[in-house]
Design a protein around this ligand. Structure first.
Ligand code: SAM
Length: 275
C-alpha cells in the first residue's frame, strides 16, 4: 500500500512515521508513505501556494494549480476513470464526512491513497470537485492544518494492514471492532473475549499487574481464570463504557437479548447510583 501526502510542511511527517507499528510496517515493506512539498509545484520566485479569497473575508486559500500539478505528478488516475476501490484521493477538511473505523477499514483495502492537507482557510473548492473522491474530517473541531489529520489516518489504516500488528486479533477485538454479532471467538481454549466480538462497542477496560495499586484492586471476575465469568464481565463493561461515553453507538449496533438485559440494568444503576 502507498500513501502520498501533499502538504506545505513535508518535514512534519518525519517524526510520526518513525515510531512503533508505523515504523515496523514501513521497514517490513507493508506500506510506503511519501510526503510531497506543495511548494515544489509552484512557478514563481516566492513559491506562492495561497491567494486571497474571492468575495472577500479573512484568511487565505490554497490555490488549485499547484495541487493539480502535485497530484498529476504522481500519475494518479483521472477522477472519472479511477477505480475507487483501489485508489482514492482524499481532501482533508473540517467540513468532511467523519473518519471512522469503517472508513479506515475501507482505506486499508486500497493500493493507493493520496491525501491533500489544507492550511489557512482551506483549499480552492475546485480541487474537491475535480480531483477528490472523499472529503474527510477527523472530528468536530478545527485544526490549523491537515497534517495531523493525515497522520491520524495513516496510523489508523496502517495498523489494519495484514502483518502490521504482532497479533492480528488485536485489531479485530477492540473498540469499534467489525466482528459480526453472534460470532463465537476464541474457542474453548481461546482467550475469553466477548461472545460477540466488539460488535461496534467501545472496548472493555484492561488491567495488568500489580493486582492492587494505590488501594484499588482489579475486579474479582478477572482473577479466577473462569473464561465464562471473564467473558460476561468484559461484555458488561464494554456495554457500560459505551452507554456512558458513546450512547449513539448503541443505536447503530445489533443488540442481543442478553445485551438488552444488561443495558436495562446498567441504565437503572446509572439512574439509581445508591443501589
Ligand atoms: N475554514 C475551514 C472551516 O471553517 O471549515 C477551516 C480551515 S482549517 C484552519 C485548515 C485546514 O486544516 C483545512 O483545510 C483542513 O485540511 C485541515 N483541517 C482542519 N480541521 C480538520 C478536521 N477536523 N479534519 C480534517 N482536517 C482538518
Amino acid at each position: 500500500m502507498r500513501f502520498d501526502i501533499i502538504t506545505i510542511f513535508p518535514g512534519f511527517f518525519d517524526s510520526p512515521l518513525e515510531y512503533g507499528i508505523l515504523r515496523r510496517a514501513r521497514n517490513a515493506g507493508l506500506v510506503t508513505v511519501a510526503a510531497h512539498d506543495l511548494r515544489s509545484f509552484t512557478h514563481d520566485r516566492h513559491r506562492t501556494v495561497d491567494d486571497r479569497p474571492f468575495g472577500g473575508g479573512e484568511g487565505m486559500v490554497l490555490k488549485a494549480e499547484p495541487i493539480f500539478d502535485a497530484v498529476e505528478s504522481l500519475h494518479v488516475t483521472p477522477k472519472a476513470e479511477r477505480d475507487t476501490q483501489k485508489e482514492t484521493v482524499i481532501l482533508l477538511s473540517a467540513q468532511g464526512r467523519p473518519f471512522t473505523q469503517t472508513v479506515a477499514q475501507e482505506l486499508a483495502g486500497m493500493e493507493r491513497v493520496v491525501i491533500l492537507c489544507g492550511r489557512y482557510e482551506g483549499i480552492d473548492e475546485r480541487v474537491n470537485e475535480l480531483l477528490c473522491d472523499r472529503e474527510i474530517s477527523i472530528g468536530d473541531y478545527v485544526l490549523s492544518g491537515g497534517e495531523l489529520a493525515a497522520a491520524v489516518i495513516v496510523d489508523a489504516v496502517v495498523r489494519l494492514l495484514p502483518g502490521a500488528l504482532g497479533n492480528p486479533d488485536s485489531s479485530r477485538f477492540e473498540s469499534f471492532g467489525a466482528e459480526e454479532a453472534g460470532e463465537e471467538v476464541g474457542g474453548v481454549d481461546g482467550p475469553p473475549r466477548s461472545t460477540y466480538g466488539a460488535g461496534g462497542l467501545l472496548d472493555y477496560p484492561h488491567y495488568t499487574r500489580p493486582a492492587e495499586f494505590r488501594g484499588v484492586s482489579i475486579p474479582d471476575a478477572l482473577l479466577g481464570g473462569n473464561h465464562e465469568v471473564i467473558r460476561q464481565w468484559r461484555r458488561r463493561m464494554a456495554l457500560r463504557k459505551t452507554l456512558r461515553n458513546r450512547p449513539d453507538l448503541l443505536e447503530k449496533m445489533p443488540i442481543s437479548d442478553e445485551d438488552r438485559e444488561i443495558l436495562d440494568e446498567l441504565r437503572y444503576l446509572e439512574e439509581n447510583p445508591e443501589e
